[in-house]
Ligand binder design. Structure first.
Ligand code: 1CP
Length: 347
């Protein structure tokens, strides 16, 4: 097959159409492992960086020039749209709520504003990126946090090992938990559709904490919001990628969410995942981010193994199994992307 441009390659892979080789990008590809990011970050706080259109565009583009990534994810955080709902959030370095959400009155007070008004800079960043990327034919990815993961932080008040307060709420005050998830689902649908309108070629939903539930709990507390989002987001304009961290035990449920792509962490082999999902969805992943500390030859072998294992899937996007870590050697990231690009040459 003749060489596709990176946008066409990504969109075709999402939809399970033939490609010359798998596309490649990395979750958290803009961040502290890059000296160029650290230089920008020294001048501003994380929140300022997310709201500063010029700087956010600059760090979003860094992975293209610095490591050769083939997609751009706009620089932001899953908590960016939350202050617009009336919740005060700070970063230290993860999200911290001034007042954790624990009562019905707090849930009822949550607003679902038009994101174009509450976070206009997000769409300005995306429109600018689309213009910057047009000549390079690089796709732009939008994203949002999934309702379950957002709720976990909102109720707990910050990151946590087990999110015990949030999990107790599921059992002690299920109606309150359901109301919170419903509000977040409505916000997420509007937020993703506004990103698609601003030019995102594809959008990713990050469910970092959904994997801590049993399969039955996942079907009750997670899958309904994924399905509602997949049904209401304009997937004809932009495919939906669903990332469920630690989700090998709920792979079938993720494949039946209505998303176009399921993004997996490294705890499952792509060959097994491909067998289990069949032709329902494409796959994304799934190198352990720590493996980027290996020598370049080892990384090249790991990339070839991932591509081979994922070959029976209807489509595959090469990526990590979770976000790139701050300690990651830049050379390891370059080796990962170079190996992915080399897959076409040997095919
Ligand atoms: O100090 C700094 O420079 C801030 C560190 C940082 C960065 C670089 C945070 C705070 N967020 C981000 C960017 C970010 N976060 C992106 C940017 C785009 C990219 O390059 O991929 C994205 C997509 C996210 C998404 C995100 N934030 C998730 C979901 C994905 C995942 O990694 O699991 C989650 C759970 C968060 C919360 C968050 N924000 C920041 C931190 C340190 C955390 C984790 C908090 C914790 O639970 O410990």
């Amino acid at each position: 097959m003749s060489e596709l441009d990176p946008t066409e390659r990504l969109l075709r892979s999402c939809r399970g159409e033939p490609v010359d080789r798998p596309p490649v990008w990395l979750m958290r590809q803009a961040g502290r492992y890059l000296p160029a990011y650290r230089r920008v970050r020294e001048q501003v706080t994380f929140l300022e960086l997310c709201r500063d259109v010029d700087r956010a565009v600059e760090v979003s583009l860094q992975p293209i020039d610095e490591v050769g990534s083939e997609a751009v994810i706009f620089f932001s955080d899953i908590f960016t749209p939350i202050p617009g709902m009336g919740v005060e959030v700070d970063f230290a370095p993860g999200p911290v709520m001034a007042e954790p959400i624990r009562t019905a009155a707090q849930v009822e007070a949550l607003r679902v504003p038009d994101p174009r008004e509450s976070v206009p800079y997000v769409f300005e960043i995306q429109r600018t990126l689309r213009r910057e990327l047009a000549s390079r034919e690089i796709p732009l990815l939008g994203f949002a946090g999934a309702p379950f993961t957002l709720a976990a932080y909102l109720v707990e008040g910050s990151g946590s090992r087990h999110f015990g307060t949030w999990k107790r709420m599921l059992w002690q005050e299920p109606e309150l938990a359901r109301a919170l998830l419903a509000r977040l689902t409505e916000m997420t649908v509007g937020y993703l559709n506004a990103q698609i309108e601003a030019g995102a070629h594809a959008v990713q939903l990050f469910d970092t904490w959904a994997g801590m539930l049993s399969p039955a709990e996942y079907r009750e507390w997670v899958q309904p919001s994924h399905r509602e989002i997949a049904a209401k987001v304009d997937r004809s304009a932009a495919p939906l990628i669903l990332y469920v961290n630690d989700g090998a035990h709920v792979l079938e449920e993720a494949a039946e969410s209505g998303a176009d792509v399921v993004s997996l962490d490294w705890r499952i082999d792509l060959a097994e995942a491909a067998r289990r999902v069949g032709s329902r969805v494409s796959l994304q992943g799934n190198l352990d981010p720590c493996a980027l500390a290996a020598p370049p030859e080892t990384i090249a072998k790991l990339v070839a193994d991932l591509a081979r294992d994922a070959a029976p899937a209807r489509g595959h996007i090469l990526n990590l199994g979770h976000g790139c870590l701050p300690e990651t050697p830049v050379e390891g990231v370059r080796a990962f992307i170079a190996a992915a690009k080399g897959l076409g040459a040997s095919a």
